[in-house]
Design a protein around this ligand. Sequence first.
Ligand code: FAD
Ligand code: NAP
Ligand code: SF4
Length: 691
Amino acid sequence: MNDTLNSGQARYPNLLAPLDLGFTQIKNRVLMGSMHTGLEEGRDLRRLAAYFRERAEGDVGLMVTGGFAPNIVGWAKPFAGMMSTSGAARRHQVVTQAVHAAGGKIALQILHTGRYAFHPLAVAPSRLKAPISPFTPFELSSRGVERQIRAFVNCAVKAREAGYDGVEIMGSEGYFINQFLSSYTNQRSDAWGGDYSQRMRLPLEIVARTREAVGPDFILIYRLSMIDLVPGGSSWDEVVTLGKAVARGGATLINTGIGWHEARVPTIATSVPRAAFAWVTQKMRAEFDAAGIRTPLVASNRINTPEVAEQLLADGFADMVSMARPLLADPHFVKKAAAGQADQINTCIACNQACLDHIFKNQLTSCLVNPRACHETELVYRPIASAVARRRFAVVGAGPAGLTAATVLAERGHEVHLFDAASEIGGQLNMAKVVPGKEEFHEMLRYLQRRVEVTGVQVHLGRGVQASDLQGYDQVIVATGVVPRDPRIPGQDHQKVLSYIDVLRHRKPVGPRVAVIGAGGIGFDVAEFLVSEGHSTTTDLPAWQAEWGVTDPALAAGGLHPGGPQATPPGRQVTLLQRKTGKLGEGLGKTTGWIHRTALKMKRVTMIGGVNYERIGDEGLLVSDGEKRENLRWIPCDTVVLCAGQLPLRELADALLAKGQTVHLIGGAHQAGELDAKRAIDQAARLAAAL
Ligand code: FAD
Ligand code: NAP
Ligand code: SF4
């Protein structure tokens, strides 16, 4: 048998199997979950079309767009993308035609945000402000509710007019429909409130009337909140009752929604175990099977490799898998899996740094590991025109910046030599990967290693390079990274003082009481590493569920354990410090900072801001408060770990420049302030695309 087929089709038979919906067929079991990218806004949707076309070419079975509002009150924010007119339908044809030309299928998500809206026109079942929006919504009248239903139906009709293969009705994540389902947010006493049969009328009316309006041969996905993860969330009986009613009422597929946006449980961050919520979909599958309902169910959240997806399908957890961010990271995920090249998949590390964090900052989505995501038309890796254009590059430093530059240059056809003083590629990523909850960095390193092999980069490890070694190259790219900043604290030559490199890379012994100086990304990671003592709940689902207080919704409504989170006792007593006043970890990711802070608080890490570091001595760390250096006191500790930021390592670049050589500086070597892997990779990719 053909080797490729053997490793592709045979390894993922369930994932690659078509799904017959009767009136149409989906070519495999991969649904690209809805993601807002920022490309949805405005009148020109050509970039959105290019983004989806690339994923359709990658053989994604069925894609769902980011959310489009059915009307103005349903906007997520002012002037958000909306589908309510024939004009809008015409504008969207560029998207649907591009997808269909590439052999794909696409559904439009109908998103009414209700009280989550970031604008003053917000409407909701009751006049109750959401904790995550500054606007108090207007309470809808009964006629107002009718108008919303008609808007949903109209939106679906227009989507069909635009050429979409279906719609997804967003019924989860705490948005408008969800707000009607919970007595916590729906305190109405008319026909749309009261007991559950009345509260669930809204989604049932929307589904039934939409089905009637669009006809039987149009995909209608309903995103069902299977576990709300908020106080006052639905009971399992309620979720099952609704799921069955939606299926019988005309849904073609039921997708899984996990957690309201206001939930205080992480649901997609990198520290969440892979497929951590698939068991909820499995429970629903069992309920459906018992009731003879065959409507396919889609499992979701933290499914990021073909192995995990295949296992879920093989074990009958669901009939399809939803992957959203993994298809930002690699548009050719499915194609590579089918071709037996799963080891070349650029795996989503669930960092949120360039996708969700961007959206929350009103920036265009991208992807840390794939800067081309949502930039398909503008960041293009063109092969060199001819052998004459082929140049010989030296890239020094095999961190993310150097690896990206080297592989993009080699892919384009140049001769590339990559040097690193270390015995392995990856630079600082090798420290990130040992932090509990950051295991996905192993995948990034695996991918980069394969890219180096596939593109033919010539790698020279264990080679600390000097300027004199770099003769005979047309151009040199310096990606030598950073050195830790010296905080110059009196007494820092004490034997109890270590750097983050000593702790994470060299695994030097650390005492039971630790003071961590610096509360940036690295300070937080070091604190997590020290309190967890090597045990990561990311690879231990029951422990992770206990830590965040997640339980079976059949045991407690909303799936929140009545006893709350049960964190395991910390391995060490850690104090995390910074000189700035204010909240520690302010500079961490918009969508993940709260998770890091909560995790450390649960592990009883003491967080202190606004201090001066006076001295390190046998007693520990002597600190004082504020400009007046008041409240002088010792923080008793056996070890002090310095995480006081980083400075560029530019010795090589300076020496090369002094010799008159053309040098390109990227990553930490270019600028260490606010450096992260996202910036390092993006900068390297753009340089290598342009050279
Ligand atoms: P580096 O990764 O520092 O690589 C530089 C390389 O150059 C090194 O391998 C070094 O050996 C080599 N080198 C230096 N001089 C020479 C020479 N003369 N000859 C040969 N080789 C040389 N970023 C994120 O975006 N998200 C995170 O979650 C995240 N977590 C982190 C956690 C930890 C614990 C740490 C330490 C960092 C983390 N980072 C994270 C930051 C991220 O790793 C860095 O921003 C990124 O690695 C910088 O990339 P770089 O290629 O510029 O440099
Ligand atoms: P950082 O985020 O810049 O934090 C440096 C810390 O050191 C700050 O808390 C700073 O706070 C303190 N500091 C600065 N100068 C000091 C001095 N002279 N003496 C004592 N303390 C000093 O940098 P980092 O933690 O080293 O991380 C490096 C980069 O890696 C960051 O840019 C970060 O984005 C990235 N990273 C990201 C993640 C992630 O999860 N996204 C994780 C790890 C690292 P005060 O000045 O208030 O004391
Ligand atoms: Fe995944 Fe991070 Fe890329 Fe978002 S930015 S798609 S979370 S790798």
